[in-house]
Design a protein around this ligand. Structure first.
Ligand SMILES: *Cc1c(COP(=O)(O)O)cnc(C)c1O
Length: 707
């Protein structure tokens, strides 16, 4: 497991960027040199806002554009940005009113203000960010790679000619007229339509790759492009071409070099850099007002306001103080969640991706995976697993029951979700509300579902020999009738094999009988003129052992998590799978027992020698089987035996031979450390069950961590 990348360079530059934004709004050098001030605030400081866009692009847009996160992840962030905007709007409403910003405002221009310009001069950033994110996302659905870059670049260019190159535009009256029409809607082109998309995309792209280019090259590139951009800015000023001065032709080039440098730089930046820079951004105009007011009140205007540098420093100081207080207060309101605190499950996303592609390579043509994420994704955590799968292009899932389906939908999972088990007909409204597909478990269930009187998508279960759920496959008349039921839309038909995991000749013959019975039924339906819906009969063992059986979906469960039910692999041609889950806990305490002392409930363990006992922070309340006595755990990469009876919240292990073990140490119950590995197979064997049961028992008290 690699360390997560650090973003110290980005965090540190956030503080610098915040200082630059304050400079833009206070012009610190005017007292000394107007040209110097132009250089600082109209040229160099113009990196600040694009930088903030790029960071947002990297963390909010990057994975969504790559399809590794669902749209809902982006939408959550957009909502956060809009919430912040709302807070800022409310905060600045009195200031804006006092300054007379909104005099004679029609409802339409108020809306315009809210959508594009923001209600105070610096707040345009938030709607621009939200608009830009959504725009790039939408463009990204139709365009890829260079095409997307080209379109956002073109938008930037359009913006440029409404910003610092407007003097050229003005020379072409028809073009100028088009821009003027635009300016009726937004006051500037430095907004979410023209400026934000390019930088958001650049951030998303640069941030998703390892830092490129050697630092010396990037440094030189930055220096050179900054010099050129400054030349550009002064030239434009000289010819009085600038309508506004936010956008330069060379700014994107500067930003690429700067961002690459920052990604490669990893200083230790304190965690508060992130929220503080946001709040400095929001608060500094208010601090400007406060300082002016205060200076007037105490008669210090000559120093605190008229000297631009002192004024700047005072605004920075006050803004950072206020921001730090807010960031501190918010952190207190929302204390961080404990992570890897007591007992947890670690999910190896790479292993999951590996298993998905391994299983996909087995699928017959036209067949898709329909992962079984029932029972909390076999204990792994339904949402983290389903989201990771969705990001890999999986668009159909199956679960056991209504609640599991609703949980996925609430977690933002889209696509088809099939409920494999029984749902009472009284729940049809919920099935419809959450757009879930229900299994008709047999004829009478189908009748009841249809009688609920509302159109409902169903898959029909057929019993070909397992004798669990499904209408018996020889009941052709009933099955045909289900296809004609008024309110049912039969979108799928499936059966389940019950001996596909066994290599014995009798079991293999039974698989063939089930498959044949199913095929025969499908033939008969076709002969009756019924167009076949989606067909599926494979689960993990069937796919691995009989990859030739065709279908539209393969409902794989256990194999996706990198395991079989038992440690047998009679199809040697099947690709190797990698376990996704590891199970971890901590040492709560270490005790010394004299020989003869007992420990745990019933004193079931009795020390045969002076014994060191470590108490682990996990028990059967977390799903560890109580019958796992005689099992082992890993501590510091070495094995230690479980002793006594497993408790609800604790487990005792003998660490006499591991003297280095201390409270707080991490213990591994399933997983690898050093040369040692304990698998779910080991636990299943020791407790006389299958891996499916071991995993699906793992409880909700365990934290799930993706790595
Ligand atoms: C649980 C289940 C599956 C998945 O089974 P695995 O053996 O874990 O792949 C498939 N189909 C049905 C009907 C199931 O109940």
């Amino acid at each position: 497991m690699g360390n997560p990348p650090r973003y110290g360079g980005l965090d540190a530059f956030k503080v610098i960027a915040a200082l630059l934004v304050v400079a833009i709004h206070t012009s610190p050098l005017t007292t000394y040199s107007p040209d110097g001030d132009f250089l600082l605030t109209r040229s160099l400081a113009r990196v600040a806002v694009p930088f903030f866009f790029m960071v947002t692009g990297q963390f909010v847009l990057g994975k969504v554009l790559q399809g590794r996160r669902p749209f809902s992840a982006l939408w959550r962030q957009v909502k956060k940005i809009l919430l912040l905007y709302l807070v800022a709007v409310v905060l600045y409403l009195p200031v804006g009113l006092y300054a007379g910003h909104y005099q004679g405002l029609s409802p339409l221009s108020a809306l315009r203000l809210l959508l594009f310009d923001g209600t105070f001069y610096h707040l345009w950033y938030f709607p621009a960010c939200a608009t830009g994110l959504l725009l790039v996302y939408l463009l990204g659905r139709v365009l890829r790679g260079r095409g997307l870059l080209a379109v956002t670049g073109l938008l930037y260019l359009i913006g440029l000619f409404g910003d610092s190159y407007y003097g050229l535009t003005a020379a072409l009256p028809p073009l100028a007229a088009a821009y003027e029409a635009g300016f009726q809607v937004f006051s500037y082109t430095r907004n979410g339509l023209f400026m934000a998309p390019l930088f958001l995309l650049l951030g998303a792209r640069l941030g998703s790759r390892p830092p490129a280019g050697r630092p010396a090259v990037n440094g030189l590139g930055l220096l050179l492009s900054l010099v050129l951009m400054t030349g550009e800015a002064f030239t434009l000023r000289h010819f009085a071409l600038q309508r506004h001065d936010s956008m330069y032709l060379l700014l994107p080039v500067v930003m690429v070099f700067l961002y690459r440098l920052l990604l490669a730089w990893s200083p230790q930046a304190p965690a508060f850099c992130r929220p503080v820079s946001t709040w400095v951004y929001i608060l500094h105009p208010a601090m400007i007002v406060v300082i002016r007011g205060a200076a007037e009140a105490v008669g210090l205007t000559a120093v605190l306001v008229d000297n631009s540098l002192v004024h700047y420093l005072a605004v920075c100081l006050l803004s950072f103080l206020a921001a730090a207080v807010i960031a501190w207060a918010l952190a207190r309101l929302r204390p961080p969640r404990p992570t890897r605190g007591r007992a947890w499950i670690q999910l190896d996303q790479d292993a999951l991706a590996h298993n998905v592609s391994a299983l996909r390579s087995l699928l017959p043509p036209g067949c898709q995976l329909m992962p079984a994420v029932k029972a909390n994704a076999y204990g792994h955590g339904a949402l983290p697993i389903a989201r990771a799968l969705a990001a890999q292009g999986i668009s159909a899932f199956c679960v056991a029951c209504l609640e599991e389906g609703i949980q996925l939908r609430k977690g933002g999972i889209r696509g088809e979700i099939l409920i494999l088990g029984y749902t009472p007909p009284s729940q049809v409204p919920l099935l419809r509300r959450y757009k879930l597909t229900q299994t008709a478990v047999d004829f009478s269930h189908a009748v009841q579902l249809s009688q609920a009187g509302k159109s409902l998508p169903v898959h029909l279960a057929v019993d070909t020999g397992m004798h669990r759920l499904g209408e018996p496959c020889h009941h052709l008349e009933e099955i045909v009738q289900i296809f004609t039921m008024k309110h049912l839309r039969v979108e799928g038909i499936f059966t389940h094999l019950c001996t596909a995991d066994s290599p014995s000749p009798a079991d293999r013959a039974y698989v063939q009988r089930q498959v044949q019975a199913f095929q025969q039924l499908l033939e008969e339906l076709k002969n009756r003129g019924i167009p076949l819906p989606k067909v599926h009969l494979q689960a993990s063992h069937g796919l691995l052992n009989y990859p030739d059986i065709s279908g539209d979906y393969a409902r794989v469960g256990i194999a996706l998590y990198g395991l079989l039910s038992t440690q047998q692999d009679w199809n040697a041609a099947a690709p190797p799978l990698r376990p996704v889950l590891s199970l971890h806990a901590r040492v709560a305490a270490v005790k010394s027992l004299p020989a003869g002392a007992g420990a745990g409930y019933g004193l079931a363990f009795v020390a045969q020698r002076p014994t060191q006992v470590a108490v682990l922070t996990i028990g059967y309340g977390d799903g560890l089987p109580r019958s796992l006595t005689g099992g082992e755990v890993l501590l510091g990469g070495r094995r230690a035996p479980i002793i006594g009876r497993i408790c609800m919240d604790q487990t005792l292990v003998d660490v006499t031979d591991l003297p280095a073990v201390q409270p707080g140490d991490e213990a591994i119950l399933i997983g690898s450390a050093g040369q040692e590995t304990i698998t779910a197979y080991d636990l299943a064997r020791q407790t006389d069950t299958i891996t499916n049961e071991i995993l699906s028992q793992l409880g909700t008290r365990l934290e799930r961590i993706l790595s």
